[in-house]
Design a binder for this molecule. Structure first.
Ligand code: AHM
Ligand code: MG
Length: 309
């Protein structure tokens, strides 16, 4: 069994950048273990339910959203190279007082799938990490194709950590008894023959005609699976092959998923696995962001399925 630490030592070099990135992975993985242990704890009654406030997107904030935010902000600040943290639950960017020569920005959705917390369905955390030029505010909002590292976790029947760095995507499973991640799968690639399409079909009437036609066509060859936690739907389709869609609501002129801490990190990992993603007709990773909380439509999965669209 190869632990996350061993994997890192064995597979990457000793450059300052690699060391900084691995320090970030270790601190995020420590946060993931903490969230996972809270979910498994015998005193977890207090973690369910609304916190009583709304976030910048007008959504009810759950207690676990806040718990996870606090854990990850604390862990991320331990990485000397992290200078800026953007988060779904925090209106403004947080600036750390770290002073390494390297400067990274982290964008995170600390608890994805909030509506599934109270009903014991898989939830997760998503992180995108970019390098920025110190002191240059214009270098903070970068497109997804400039991501250095993307990580996500899933808290489900087991706790999973997936990261994409350089050209490799690997998946680890948490050994709860020893509180450490163990390698499950290395060099992940999307299967050639996709199985699933995933979309909230109750929104059908709000979609553009092209999307409606596309769904009508693909459903004859694919089976429908929809969890309602982006991260769980994405992860299943990554391993089994498929397409996930959250199209724009053309009646309200509104998209739901957020570019910087949902769409981009997953689009980056999906690309490393041989897949493709589009938002508003262009590659999701090419979008120049306007602000940290920007929403975008997202269609992501096997390249062959996206190309049909
Ligand atoms: P969250 O980050 O507050 O949990 O919201 C995003 C979630 C995604 O995980 C999921 O894909 C989507 O919302 C589900 O939305 P819907 O209930 O409209 O299908
Ligand atoms: Mg989310």
């Amino acid at each position: 069994m190869i632990s996350l630490d061993d994997y890192i030592i064995q597979n990457f070099d000793n450059s300052t950048e690699d060391e900084a990135v691995f320090d970030i992975i270790k601190n995020i993985s420590s946060g993931i273990i903490q969230v996972s242990e809270i979910l498994l704890g015998n005193n977890n009654k207090n973690i369910f339910g609304d916190q009583g406030a709304k976030n910048i997107h007008g959504e009810d904030v759950q207690k676990l959203d806040i718990i996870a935010t606090d854990i990850f902000v604390k862990e991320l600040k331990k990485s000397e190279s992290i200078k800026i943290i953007g988060c779904e639950e925090l209106d403004e960017l947080q600036f750390t007082d770290n002073n390494s020569n390297l400067s990274y920005t982290v964008m995170m959705d600390p608890l994805d799938g909030s509506s599934n917390i109270d009903v014991s369905i898989s939830i997760g955390s998503i992180f995108g990490i970019w390098k920025h030029i110190p002191g240059d505010i214009n270098s903070i909002l970068l497109p997804g194709n400039k991501i250095e590292l993307a990580i996500y976790s899933i808290y489900g029947p087991n706790t999973v950590l997936v990261f994409g760095y350089k050209s490799v995507v690997c998946m680890f499973i948490l050994d709860h008894f020893n509180s450490k991640f163990v390698l499950y799968k290395d060099k992940i690639k999307l299967p050639d023959k996709p199985k699933y399409y995933s979309v909230n079909e109750s929104n059908y009437s709000t979609w553009d005609k092209n999307i409606q036609e596309y769904i009508n066509n693909i459903k004859s060859n694919l089976s429908l699976r929809y969890v309602g936690s982006l991260i769980a739907d994405f992860h299943r389709n990554l391993l089994k092959g498929g397409v996930f869609l959250y199209p724009e609501d053309t009646i309200k002129n509104k998209s739901k998923l957020r570019l910087m801490y949902e769409a981009n990190p997953l689009a980056y990992i999906n690309k490393l696995c041989g897949g493709l993603s589009v938002s508003n007709g262009i590659n999701t990773l090419d979008i120049i962001p306007e602000n940290i909380h920007q929403s975008v439509p997202l269609i992501i999965g096997n390249a062959s399925l996206i190309e049909q669209l």
